[in-house]
Design a protein around this ligand. Sequence first.
Ligand code: ADP
Ligand code: MG
Length: 270
Amino acid sequence: MTTLAEEPAVERTGEPSAPPMVQVRGLWKSFGPNAVLRGVDLDVPAGSVTVVLGPSGSGKSTLLRSINHLEKLDRGFVAIDGELIGYRRSGDRLHELKEREVLRQRTHIGFVFQNFNLFPHLTVLENLTEAPVSALGRPKAEARARALELLERVGLAEKAAAYPRQLSGGQQQRVAIARALALDPKVLLFDEPTSALDPELVGEVLDVIKDLARTGTTMIVVTHEIGFAREVADTVVFMDGGVVVEQGPPREVLDEPRHERTKAFLAKVL
Ligand code: ADP
Ligand code: MG
């Protein structure tokens, strides 16, 4: 049972008619006795990049998984482009959506995992066309054309017929990013996209994400790459113990952190 009914309606902030692309309000999530998220609020304006930093176990992955409704919320809500994720409002109550509806909503939310999670038995091209064809019902030819365009964009057009195991980790992650883009998502979520990579392969993946940032893709990136955060983030969010400890422009949070916990974390990773 959720207690979402007490939460306010989706707020409209900033632009009079445009809610932030991602809106998280009062989000609580426990696993048994372990309260992992303890009232997280987050706004991500359309076209902006938010980098989430924080120690292991602070709830970063759970936050991303909650945004995608891979986790049910205990309390609070997530809205993407003004649409509640995972629930339907009826009067002052929220009802959980049917799985089919949640799957439809998820097509708007691209997710890139630490370990790529490509389909090993499908070619690179098939990895990109599978969901557009099966989940969105796009014609095969159209899905293939779009997939080739995206592979071009991540510099892997010549690998269309290869299988994931034939690619380096960096190449696999670039394919995973292209696959996420194939559904034309409203937002892309990255959960430590480079932390499984050999150091020499990190740059090529970050370059692809930087390119997306330049073209106005709305993104939330969980990463320990501070240099990347400094260069690309519009907002840096520091999480610890299931709460947002502080957030702001990279220059503030990274160079002049106000909280001891942020300072201690940065001293370890910088
Ligand atoms: P982070 O990504 O910041 O390292 P996580 O969100 O993965 O943190 O995890 C936060 C806490 O939640 C950890 O203590 C972890 O053990 C716990 N946790 C995460 N997922 C589950 C789960 N499915 N069941 C039980 N505990 C979980
Ligand atoms: Mg994590």
